[in-house]
Design a protein around this ligand. Sequence first.
Ligand code: HEC
Ligand code: HEC
Length: 237
Amino acid sequence: MSARHGALALVAAVFGLAAGASGQSPDLATGERVFRDNCAVCHGAAGDGQGMAAHHFKTPPRDLAKGRFKFRSTASGQVPTDADLARTIVQGIPSTGMVPQGRSCWRIWSSPTKSWMTAFSAFTPRQGQEEACVKGECAECHGKEARGDGPSAKDLSVKPSDLTRRPLKSGATARDIMRTLLTGLDGTPMPSYYQVLEDDELWDLAYWLAARGGSPETTDDERAGWHVVQMHQRRGR
Ligand code: HEC
Ligand code: HEC
């Protein structure tokens, strides 16, 4: 499968054009049109991340043809569920140029599928302590105060997040952070801690970090994202 068709198949799946209940094959033509009209300005017509507005962002638009996703409820190395993709597209990725993609995308959003979220409800969250963070060596990347300035930070291609700032890309509730810790963020140095730390320790960490956040700030990338989308829509009319 070529990169282009890989990206389009993904988009078709995202927009619920894939098999689904009816068992029909994906409608790539419709997927391509939706992608061209809404996404290509940043992600490029082939989904390779080389859209004409791509240079505006510190965190670049993703090369969707690579098939690696940060924000999933699935295990590291796996593809996201429809619900994961829908969350990314409908709610956007806070603090990045990936701003929420509007109602038309919502309208054609495919039905949510089952995810690990159901497994989460089996855990009993406890109020957090800091110790698990030491054990997980989070400080190596995120720094002792979780400000994204650990000793390894300077050598990493994707900078570790300042975990005291808000918003977080994948959500900042204890549950959101727990998901990030369980899945890892594929394509970045952020590892999965599934079966590396105990569930209790992970919940402790998640609660500790959730309590650390300041008030939400708007980043330059987010501002640029809104600007690109508005300019693009004006031109489209
Ligand atoms: C204004 C620019 C912009 C537009 C328009 C845009 N995106 Fe994005 N998108 C981004 C950026 C920037 C990222 C990378 C954020 C990061 O890596 O933290 C991204 C990331 C993604 C991801 C990766 C999520 C993950 O889990 O790794 C997906 C999927 C995605 N976009 C789909 C879409 C789709 C589908 C559309 C159209 C409906 C779209 N985007 C429109 C800028 C944009
Ligand atoms: C090898 C380096 C490394 C280690 C070790 C590491 N992280 Fe990360 N982490 C990263 C990077 C890099 C990112 C940013 C990914 C991005 O923005 O695309 C990240 C992102 C995150 C996020 C998501 C922030 C968001 O915006 O949604 C959380 C939460 C997090 N890390 C918590 C932890 C915790 C807790 C530990 C220890 C148990 C840990 N990390 C260990 C490198 C690391």
